[in-house]
Design a protein around this ligand. Structure first.
Ligand code: S3P
Length: 432
């Protein structure tokens, strides 16, 4: 098990280059595989999660060629949805996005596939995609009521379109249904309680697949094939979030990040940090598949805030690091409506509360969130990443503010989404 030792730093002043967006990288691979020709992808996140998607596609006959010197560049030869039956079980590793989005595609293939994943992924609910995909005509079997992996999917060459009311705002559910809908007869629609990230809709639009939106409901006509086009993946705001908080929470610190993904359905962390008092400037370029631009943040003594409702899907993956910002802020921060955190790579409400308490912070846990009493001096602590990359990275950042050393155990899971994080945080500690 890898350990990462962190000591406090007095300030951070840096321009940081952040890796490609995980959600957009998965979609770039999947949608170019579905397309009618060759797509070149640049800015790709060559982290373990996206490599699981690439490997699964290769097992189904998709040619993917990575640039020999630059793993962020690759070419995918689309096969217009005509996949071949994989010989082995597809291993999705730690990646819920791989398992759920692939399930949508596999539901429409005229063969049986099996999907599995690591210990964490095999605990996560797959009934949320199995239920609508069964309604469309596929057979999806997993373990128990929550349909956990390993999954067996008997696809149907004749899926029926559905009009689905999703009980949760989830881009993975929405995308799985829309992907199946591409192969279905008629118009498939998904409505969700709040708008979740819309990378699927944007990339479909960019590749010539027409979707229509009415409020939180999105629909598409089956039978469309994406047109091959080159795709530029922006830097991941969920990875940038660690440095944004590291700078935001201290007077005199700043960071600047270029080519950052600034999709409005993902930028909740910027609103929260600016409500908490950080000074943020952005320059946005909206001419590509995804809005992207440059963001500069200047730190201050942050103040507590309240987070909930429709803001939650716009920052769901950033809540662990926002909780660290809350611990460093003056006053209370209350996070509500975030029960989804309990079914992420770990139970992130429990993991954040436990680790903040280890560092001397008072936290009250709710079923759907937590209340954090900010302002106490953080104490260095022994932290278990429990196989969750975002827990590992969030508490490494907390360690930059703590009195005494912090040790992150099980830090290898960070490679899931940010393979260079450890090099980057060590470089910052040397500079400080
Ligand atoms: C993702 C959607 C989010 C997010 C996950 C990636 C995606 O999950 O937490 O890390 O790429 O679609 P939801 O399905 O809860 O929106």
């Amino acid at each position: 098990m890898a350990t990462l030792s962190i000591r406090s730093v007095s300030s951070i002043e840096a321009e940081i280059s952040v890796p490609g967006d995980k959600s957009v990288s998965h979609r770039a691979l999947l949608f170019s595989a579905l397309s009618d020709g060759e797509c070149e992808i640049s800015g790709f996140l060559a982290g373990e999660d996206c490599l699981s998607t690439a490997e699964a596609l290769r097992q189904m006959g998709v040619e993917i060629a990575f640039d020999e010197t630059d793993p962020t560049r690759l070419k995918v030869r689309g096969i217009a949805g005509r996949f071949t039956k994989p010989e082995d079980t597809l291993d999705c590793g730690n990646s819920g996005t791989t398992m759920r989005l692939l399930s949508g595609i596999l539901a429409a293939q005229p063969f049986t596939t099996r999907l599995t994943g690591d210990d964490s992924l095999r605990k996560r609910p797959m009934d949320r995609v199995a239920i609508p995909l069964r309604q469309m005509g596929a057979r999806v079997e997993g373990i128990g009521d929550r349909c956990t992996a390993p999954l067996r999917i008997d696809g149907s060459g004749e899926l029926a379109a559905i009009d689905y009311e999703s009980p949760v705002a989830s881009a993975q559910i929405k995308s799985a249904i829309l992907l199946a809908g591409l192969f279905a007869k008629g118009v498939t629609s998904v409505n969700e309680p709040h708008l979740s990230r819309d990378h699927t809709e944007r990339m479909f639009d960019y590749l010539g697949v027409i979707t229509t939106r009415e409020g939180t409901k999105v629909s598409l006509q089956g039978g469309q094939v994406p047109t091959a086009r080159d795709i530029v993946v922006p830097a991941d705001i969920s990875s940038a979030a660690f440095w944004l908080v590291a700078a935001a929470a201290r007077e005199g610190s700043w960071v600047k990040i270029d080519r950052l993904g600034l999709n409005p359905t993902r930028v909740g962390i910027l609103s929260v940090l600016s409500r908490m008092g950080a000074k943020i400037t952005q320059v946005i370029d909206d001419s590509g598949c995804e809005p992207m631009g440059s963001v500069e943040i200047h730190g201050t003594q942050l103040k507590g805030t309240e987070i909930g409702g429709e803001e939650i899907p716009t920052l769901i993956d950033e809540i662990p690091i926002i909780a660290v910002a809350a611990a460093l802020a003056e006053g209370k921060t209350v996070i509500r409506d975030a029960a989804e955190l309990r079914v992420k790579e770990s139970d992130r409400i429990a993991a954040v509360a436990d680790n903040l308490r280890r560092m001397g912070v008072q936290v009250e846990e709710f079923a759907d969130g937590m209340e954090i009493e900010g302002g106490a001096q953080l104490r260095g602590a022994e932290i278990q990443a429990i196989g969750d990359h975002r827990i590992g990275m969030s508490f490494a950042i907390a360690g930059l503010f703590a009195k005494g050393p912090t040790v992150i155990h099980g830090a290898e899971c960070i490679d899931t989404s940010y393979p260079d994080f450890v090099t980057e945080i060590k470089a910052l500690q040397k500079l400080a």
